[in-house]
Design a protein around this ligand. Structure first.
Ligand SMILES: [Fe+2]
Ligand SMILES: [Fe+2]
Length: 287
């Protein structure tokens, strides 16, 4: 962000107003949900994470709704209230899909949130940044492999667009908040790294939970092999990096954007390229 001073009133007004102006009005129930063939239904139902996604969206709505009334600045509060509405709508969208296509997913109780709701909101925000960055790559891969009908990806894309708006809003909110508190760039970077570390820990715990036996749904041996077989770590990192850049282009360049994860991905990709170049005899089998 070059022209606007982070933490200023102009900055605050820009990131809140843009967030509010790009809010879309739609009802998940009346979206153009496609009719699926038996095979497509089967594929959709074998995906094991719908229950987790549904829970995550409900939890997101609850955290944002709980934190919003504590915000004293009216325009920031207005934007956060809108985010809460969008998160609740994400949950409704997933619920609509679960009901419509008969997916096996039950509603789990929401945990108690800590008394410090702002920290819960910040933890949630960094978690969204991590999930969205990885989600960009996973979404592109799944869409390219045509694992599900394109009509469904078009609906999911609505959700991806809103998540991208959320993380841009969050990054700007954090910069605004920390500048007002007088935190220098080094302390802000350290703080972000610490929060990303916590988000990664939570994500890994969720993945481990998903791998526990007896959930009756072994994703690896199902038709999901369509894209798991072709999985390449480097391709995935590249997809995350490129998709992040593509999706970020839609935003005003005066807004701040997430930088840490793309920078880490870029570094990893450079490292992998350098590694390949130093071992040309092995290059043929690396994508
Ligand atoms: Fe969401
Ligand atoms: Fe979100």
């Amino acid at each position: 962000m070059s022209r606007i001073e982070a933490g200023s009133e102009t900055h605050k007004s820009l990131f809140c107003r843009q967030f509010i102006a790009t809010h879309q009005v739609f009802d998940p129930e009346t979206l153009p949900w496609p009719e699926l063939t038996a095979e497509e239904l089967d594929r959709l139902r074998t995906i094991p994470f719908w229950q987790e996604v549904y829970h995550t969206e409900r939890r997101a709505g609850a955290i944002v709704d709980a934190f919003a009334p504590q915000i004293t600045d009216p325009v920031v509060r207005e934007a956060v209230v809108l985010q809460g509405l969008e998160e609740a709508r994400h949950a409704k969208l997933i619920r609509t899909m679960i009901d419509r296509y008969g997916i096996d997913a039950t509603e789990q109780p929401l945990e108690q949130f800590p008394a410090d709701l702002e920290t819960a909101f910040i933890d949630f925000g960094f978690g969204e940044c991590l999930d969205a960055f990885l989600g960009f790559g996973a979404f592109k891969n799944a869409r390219q492999s045509q694992f599900l009908p394109e009509k469904l990806f078009e609906i999911f894309d609505l959700l991806m667009f809103e998540e991208t708006r959320h993380i841009v809003f969050f990054i700007n909110y954090m910069a605004w908040r920390e500048h007002r508190r007088g935190l220098g760039s080094m302390r802000r970077a350290l703080k972000s790294t610490r929060y990303y570390g916590r988000a990664l820990k939570r994500l890994l715990a969720m993945v481990r939970r998903g791998h526990q036996p007896n959930d009756g749904r072994d994703f690896a041996v199902t038709q999901a092999n369509v894209f798991l077989d072709r999985f390449s770590f480097r391709q995935f990192v590249e997809d995350c990096y490129r998709e992040n850049a593509r999706r970020m282009q839609e935003f005003d360049p005066d807004l701040m954007q997430p930088r840490l994860l793309p920078a880490m991905a870029d570094l990893a990709l450079r490292g992998m390229r350098l590694w390949d170049r130093s071992r040309p005899h092995l290059r043929a089998d690396v994508r």
